[in-house]
Design a binder for this molecule. Structure first.
Ligand code: UPG
Length: 464
């Protein structure tokens, strides 16, 4: 069925995203695509952690009025047991603790019987068993790479058989994940994230199916190993449904100077620099990055972020970047704080390279538009994602560059040299363009990811 023809009847799928734009963005993209094939409800857990999430939800529901919104006010959560914990990790834990109330609320308020749930991986600990107890099929939308999915699937087995100590991990049927690549939090058994991650990994295997925001051409070997049960015997069916296409919502009023500036730059000349929605670098490293961009002599558009939660960010650019920096680079660099329309920006003809923290949405957006990358992972799944970028030829990964919690600065000279190298590398540019064509093809009718989505809706129909 063409994705543009809206069915009058059809199954009803309820999406439960988790906290942070990195998780909400792929869920709203999936909701938009599915809403052409079936009835869709999105559960919003309120209040959101960041302002970006709150704006995104309100814009999304205004632009997609046929997607039903169901709000759930999260009961107060006592976080005193986790001093200094990341606010997004705390929210994952908070939602899990309130999951029975959330599901009861959903069953009471839902306007139509529920054919299936699609939930975020961070909620699988609590929601997969609850869904089973109510007889509702439960799928997971995995918002990171299939490589990270293979790691999540195997990690609990590894952890239990090594009594919690961590070294290099050989994923069965796939490759070695070096200890330095493993998400920081997992090195500490007492970290709020560690038991949650292990439980989520165990419950992943009990879901009715896993949707991954990736595509066959990018991660074929990993998808095959997961489907063949090599990584984890008896693993549920895995559907590659990406790169999920952007939603059509009005631009958030953020840095308004960006597009007029880009319009004036030569084709493929601009390096776009951004570390996602929630990754803040130490101030000294931000200064080195600025000096590195200056030393590269490339044109650049840099989105600076100093805090994990956007509403806490009050630092002035001049103070952050050092006196005179903005004046010195003004002819070829634009530095902004706040939200930019990244997906639109990556599509712009002036953008020729992307320096990124390797959040998976950023990778899929660069892939969709065939933009080469220089990746500097900072935390969590990002080094595992970086492996995908490097293996596929979409970009360069500087494996020795620092990662959150490690000492030492990456110098301005080194940053400048690598940026020049990326922008001069014609082979990298050609490979990225080819990946872009494959990504676009995957999402067209007949393409593997598009057909994956159609197949999932057929499964929902079977249980309606
Ligand atoms: N974005 C904008 N404008 C901005 C900043 C971000 O549009 O100014 C968008 C961006 O286009 C993307 C999303 O926000 O769609 C950010 O997602 P991502 O690139 O994945 O980064 P994070 O926000 O850091 O994502 C979190 C984790 C990351 C993980 C991802 C998916 O930090 O490691 O891969 O979630 O699970």
């Amino acid at each position: 069925m063409p994705i543009s023809e809206k069915p009058v009847n059809g199954p009803h799928v309820v999406l439960i995203p988790s906290a942070g734009m990195g998780h909400l963005t792929p869920f709203s993209r999936l909701a938009a695509s599915l809403s052409d094939l079936c009835h869709v409800t999105i559960v919003s857990v309120l209040p959101t952690v960041s302002s970006a999430e709150s704006r995104h939800l309100s814009d999304f529901f205004s632009s997609y009025p046929h997607v039903h919104s169901l709000q759930f006010e999260l009961p107060p959560f006592d976080s005193s047991a986790y001093p200094n914990a990341d606010p997004f990790f705390l929210r994952f834990e908070g939602i899990n603790q309130s999951a029975p109330d959330l599901i009861t609320h959903l069953l009471t308020k839902s306007s139509k019987p529920i054919s299936a749930l699609i939930i975020d991986i961070t909620l699988s600990t609590s929601v997969v068993p609850l869904a089973k107890s109510f007889g509702i099929p439960c799928y997971i939308l995995f918002t990171a790479s299939a490589a990270m999915l293979s790691f999540c699937a195997y990690f609990p087995t590894y952890y239990d058989s090594n009594s919690g100590s961590i070294g290099d991990i050989q994923i069965p049927g796939l490759r070695m994940v070096p200890v330095a690549t493993i998400p920081q939090a997992l090195h500490n058994p007492k970290h709020v994230f560690t038991p949650l991650f292990i439980q989520n990994g165990k419950n992943l295997a009990k879901a009715d199916g896993i949707l991954v925001n990736t595509f066959e051409a990018l991660e074929k070997d990993t998808l095959v190993a997961l489907r063949d049960g090599k990584v984890q015997p008896g693993f549920p069916p895995v559907f590659a449904v990406g790169p999920l296409l952007p939603v059509n919502i009005p631009a958030i009023s953020g840095a308004s100077e960006v597009f007029p500036w880009l319009d004036k730059q030569p084709e493929k000349s601009v390096v776009y620099v951004s570390f996602g929605s929630r990754t803040a670098m130490p101030k000294e490293q931000i200064r080195e990055l600025g000096l590195g961009l200056e030393a590269s002599r490339c044109r650049f558009l840099w989105v600076v972020k100093t805090t994990v939660v956007d509403s806490h960010d009050n630092t002035e650019l001049e103070e952050l970047l050092g006196e005179g920096f903005l004046e010195r680079v003004k002819d070829r660099g634009l530095v902004v704080k706040g939200w930019v329309e990244q997906e639109e920006l990556l599509k712009h003809k002036a953008v020729g390279g992307f320096v990124s923290h390797c959040g998976w949405n950023s990778v899929t957006e660069a892939a969709l538009h065939g933009v080469r990358m220089l990746v500097w992972p900072r935390l969590g799944d990002q080094r595992i994602n970086a492996g995908v970028v490097a293996r596929s030829g979409l970009g360069m990964w500087m494996e020795k560059w620092s990662w959150e919690g490690e000492k030492g600065l990456v110098s301005a000279d080194e940053i400048g040299e690598r940026i020049k190298e990326m922008m001069a590398d014609k082979r990298l540019m050609a490979t990225a363009q080819k990946i872009g064509e494959e990504a676009q093809m995957a999402m067209r009718p007949g393409g593997a990811s598009y057909e994956g989505l159609v197949e999932i809706v057929r499964r929902f129909e079977g249980v309606e």
